[in-house]
Write a protein that binds this ligand. Structure first.
Ligand SMILES: [Zn+2]
Length: 50
């Protein structure tokens, strides 16, 4: 399962009601902004290994 990661500090982007939030620094974006944030490199996808 893919996880969204905050590129700056590798924090896990946790799902909130209508946004996602970094569990390290508190950076958050709206769900609708995920695509543009991903394309601009602010967040990235990683493969979860468990
Ligand atoms: Zn962060």
């Amino acid at each position: 399962m893919s996880q969204l990661i905050h590129s700056k500090d590798k924090g896990l982007m946790e799902k909130q009601d209508d946004s996602i939030k970094c569990n390290i620094c508190g950076y958050h974006i709206k769900q609708s902004e995920i695509t543009s944030a991903y394309l601009s490199g602010r967040i990235s996808l990683t493969q979860r290994i468990d």
